[in-house]
Design a protein around this ligand. Structure first.
Ligand SMILES: Nc1ncnc2c1ncn2[C@@H]1O[C@H](COP(=O)(O)OP(=O)(O)OP(=O)(O)O)[C@@H](O)[C@H]1O
Length: 385
């Protein structure tokens, strides 16, 4: 979808911003470009929509050499989101979002209808926010309008240059989650520049780690964290990459333990050989849990004594989410449910199993994991049984 072939950019003052860059981004793939300031990320990005022309090499978008494509036509196929969103201050949120379709000849009413849909899609209620002006929005809300506007012409390609760079870390995480959800729905081909390694790992299907003007490694976040190709990449992703791996390793069914289980309408058991049991409804969906103390009460059914379960996640959620759910609920384990059904209970994830899952993920890259393990254990204590 986007292909760089031996692309070099030398500015007039002799600075080589990118040097002999070759890579390919597949259709529907999100690639993060990450690296220190001045390493050539923005230059790479701006060459894709011809805001900057390469000195050497060729770039293809949708199979076409872009040097032969009219820049205006090209940019219609490419949404662009930048940190300083650049909304028109004198236009409302709805008008801002409808600008591009309107310019492309979509009738005003239709363009506004589409803009309202997009605002909804990025989590802004058009009835509440549509008539506001940019200055009446928070930083995070402005960024969302920026994303909605970039999507308005339904371009197959999105270029995003530090789009969430100007908001605080909490809002940033929120925007990242929303963007991931959105991307699942729209499946654009995305180049996403960031200097934040956590963001690159979280969002990227693959990531390009830049050194000076060059890509040092281009691979999945999991491989880059597990098997950095050289010392530069290892240093860049950081000594805590074992912990970062938590955010790219999914919970799998094989990671789960099977605890004692009771059903809501069961009579209270005479004996429970554990300190607690998971409680399911008639469809084997997760309802909650019951402690041995309550299970041995002398009256009622399981339903009367079961407590609701707050600490749960769908299978496929990340180990990081699992860990943070445990901390948030001060829980010694979390329940894991099927992600496709209405909540069918699959098993529980304990700290020991979480640690094993992390080992599995690291071992899959065939590396010596001893040091990372020690680090992880000393930070979290989760390796100890
Ligand atoms: N117009 C220009 N003329 C000369 N040098 C430039 C020009 N634009 C960028 N550069 C240089 O090219 C190099 C790459 O810049 P670029 O903006 O692509 O980096 P970046 O990785 O996006 O950095 P940052 O994360 O700070 O935005 C830098 O050394 C920069 O100073």
């Amino acid at each position: 979808m986007i292909r760089f072939e031996h692309v070099t950019k030398r500015y007039e003052d002799g600075t080589t911003a990118v040097d002999d860059l070759s890579f390919e981004v597949a259709e529907g793939e999100l690639v993060t470009l990450v690296g220190p300031s001045g390493c050539g990320k923005t230059t790479t990005m701006k060459m894709v929509n011809r805001l900057i022309e390469p000195s050497e090499g060729r770039i293809f978008v949708e199979g076409k050499d872009i040097s032969t494509t009219d820049p205006v036509q090209l940019r219609r196929r490419i949404g662009y989101v930048i940190q300083q969103v650049g909304l028109f201050p004198h236009k409302t949120v709805l008008e801002n979002t409808a600008t591009v379709p309107h310019l492309l000849g979509v009738k005003r009413g239709k363009a506004r209808e589409r803009a309202a849909e997009l605002l909804d899609l990025v989590g802004l209620d058009p009835a509440t926010f549509g008539d506001r002006y940019p200055e009446q929005l928070s930083g995070g809300q402005r960024q969302r309008v920026g994303v909605a506007r970039a999507l308005a012409a339904d371009p197959p390609v999105l270029l995003m240059d530090e789009p969430f760079g100007a908001v605080d870390p909490v809002v940033r995480e929120h925007l990242q989650n929303e963007f991931l959800r959105l991307q699942q729905a729209v499946r654009k081909t995305v180049l996403f520049v960031t200097h934040d390694i956590e963001e690159a790992v979280r969002l990227g299907d693959r990531m390009a780690v830049y050194g000076e003007g060059r890509i040092e490694q281009f691979d999945t976040p999991s491989t880059i964290l597990g098997a950095p190709s050289n010392d530069y990449v290892a240093d860049f992703v950081g000594a805590d990459r074992g912990l970062k791996r938590l955010s790219v390793t999914p919970i799998e069914e094989g990671d789960l333990e099977q605890p004692p289980v009771l059903h809501l309408d069961d009579p209270l058991p005479a004996r429970l050989d554990a300190r607690w049991a998971v409680v399911l409804d008639g469809e084997n969906n997760l309802h909650g849990w019951i402690s041995a103390e309550h299970a041995h009460s002398d009256s009622g059914t399981v339903r009367d004594h079961a407590r609701r379960m707050e600490a749960w996640l769908p299978v496929g959620a990340t180990l990081k989410q699992a860990f943070s759910t445990m901390l948030q609920h001060d829980a010694g384990w979390i329940a894991v449910i099927d992600k496709d059904s209405a909540g069918r209970f699959l098993g529980i994830l304990t700290p020991a199993r979480l640690h094993e899952a992390l080992r599995r993920s690291t071992a899959a890259d065939g590396r010596d994991i001893a040091r990372e393990d020690v680090e992880l254990e000393s930070i979290t204590g989760i390796g100890r049984r």
